[in-house]
Design a protein. Sequence first.
Lengths: 411, 411
Amino acid sequence: MFFQLKTVEDILDIIGGLDGPADETRVSLTDALDRVLAGDVISPEALPGFARSSMDGFAVRARDTFGATEGLPALLEISGEVAMGAEPDRGIAPGQAARIATGGMLPEGADAVVMVEYSQALDERTVEVSRAVSPLENVIGPEDDVRKGEHVLPRGTRLRPRELGVLAGLGLDGVAVVRRPVIAVISTGDEIVPVDRTPRPGQVRDINSHTLSAFCTRLGAEPLGLGLVPDRFDRLRERLLHGLERADSVWISGGSSVGTRDLTVQVLESIDGMEILAHGVSISPGKPTILARRGRCTVWGLPGHAASALVVAEILLGPFLRRITGERGEPLPPHGSVEAELSRNIESAPGRDDFIRVRLHRKEGRLVAEPLFGKSGLISPLARADGLLRVDRFTEGLYQGARVTVRLFGA
Amino acid sequence: MFFQLKTVEDILDIIGGLDGPADETRVSLTDALDRVLAGDVISPEALPGFARSSMDGFAVRARDTFGATEGLPALLEISGEVAMGAEPDRGIAPGQAARIATGGMLPEGADAVVMVEYSQALDERTVEVSRAVSPLENVIGPEDDVRKGEHVLPRGTRLRPRELGVLAGLGLDGVAVVRRPVIAVISTGDEIVPVDRTPRPGQVRDINSHTLSAFCTRLGAEPLGLGLVPDRFDRLRERLLHGLERADSVWISGGSSVGTRDLTVQVLESIDGMEILAHGVSISPGKPTILARRGRCTVWGLPGHAASALVVAEILLGPFLRRITGERGEPLPPHGSVEAELSRNIESAPGRDDFIRVRLHRKEGRLVAEPLFGKSGLISPLARADGLLRVDRFTEGLYQGARVTVRLFGA
């Protein structure tokens, strides 16, 4: 019944209320890429920890340069050169300057750096400064970059190359991250054969095991392939119980034929402690989607058609994986969505959200979204689409030329 | 000298002319995610290979339904049911219909499917059809999805979950992909210490080895960490030669102090057959970038500051990696860029392209880009930025409130 279906927003609300990730694990920096921080990172020290020049030039006492101009330069005595990576072996006295390179440590007594452009060494011992500097000019103070005890990265941050750079700078070689959730992937259907088997007439190969496992990998989860199961109550139940024991979530795709449409639900209902949270979602494709839970383990029933299963993955399983991998915060901009012009009229049934695959191309400089139609169940359009266009349940259609937002595929 | 600097476009042109990837390797489907196809994929067979129902209902001869309406339904004899995954054991004769589920194989004699909504079984043997179907209606023909010999995926395609689905559907369990290029990563600088060492005053930890290696991994290359080298001609030369032997490209970051600024160039010039393609790029940050080549191996000299090196990575090394990983075609939409409103005036020197890190946030529903300034060399702003704003070399600045395009970080 249509009115019993949940909306996309209902499901996203349910996902938001699911248990987050439980366990954490420690990884080294070299293994931390794309992992999610299990706790806030607090700086154990100040950075850079010493006063550092941000320019090539001369370390000076600022007051010695006050009033210096091109016409009336200040003359300073060169006391020596600061070696990179070492504490200067002597300070500078009033009237002195020390050669320093970008990143070099300021000698005792110096409080500013005159850029090389405004300083000219007259001989080995004397430099002419043609511009005044204020105290701390061209200097990075000991705590300017990071203060000791500062919260540098919040829990739930996914570690990209930039965040790894911050951790490296702080010397945090080991970091606590969320354990990768394990997703058990099961394909069902009497007509499905493994990819390496030649299908007989009436049979097709298992696509969902591959696409859904790859989807998990892409989003930071660990797929656990539980293979193919025929449309039989006892077989599916046994395999599901196996998944519930070993995984944080079980994804069952298939069961689209008349007799087996409700097999997944029957199996779920037969398991003690299983709570069915949603049975049917008002989206197209993806209407037969099921969401259930036992303890901390979530079970998803997905459409059998590869294209439909991937749409549900983009719309619902992506947010679900972000929830259970502990990633915080929606990416602020609508990451990976673009505005485009619709190439033709689209009709849509009210009461459900249609997700239409579109291909993007440029036409006279404008980005055009071309809906890809065709009988559902085809696999070849899978790779042709660039993203999804949502026609929501309050809209009966869109006209050619309309400005639409296309959500680019995230995986 | 500024006029000798190359522009971003010059460098991208040079990258476009570099040798593409040479070797290919064969991987199984489970290892193929994010790999790049080394050749076109041509379908070895037609899909689905048999006539398949795209709906639940009854397989019929279309002509037996012609003229059928709700008021004057056609009465057909039920000849049996098509089992999923099997060839029907008998055909249908004129006036007959067979129960069929979505994905079932059409029996001999049937050429269309009446949806279950328009068919009502009166008893075990008789079904009433209340709507006419045309031949092939609700049927996926044997070649409707993929024709035998069809080019389904072009060379240079990066395999995402969707493309893996197409390969799985075709039974292509092994696929030829481009070998992952190996990138040797070297950090130089007398002041740099490894992450696990406590820096003495004047020293800082090695960030670039971590950020650049992670950047490689993210973009499908294989980083080969060659560690730290002090600013010494012979040591850098020896490490570079080591990299040239083992890698497809060598990335050297550092050498930012006065005395060592040109060390990388001097080392490159001392190597037989090395051709320097660019020495200095009119971008900020990133001006001291160097590009050289010996045979098929490309050498990049990068700024020492972590933030500057990552900007050069986003702008130049990303396209470079796409070139040598064999990925074809720019992603059609400006993947991962968003329009935003500038939060304040920006000044910019003409003659160079400034890449300014910005943080994005929402303000009264509008997306606002807030430039992150600060002394170069700081690491803490690394993780705060969401993307880069380009102020090109013909623009002297941008006003607060301007509509700008922010390129989101891709790695």
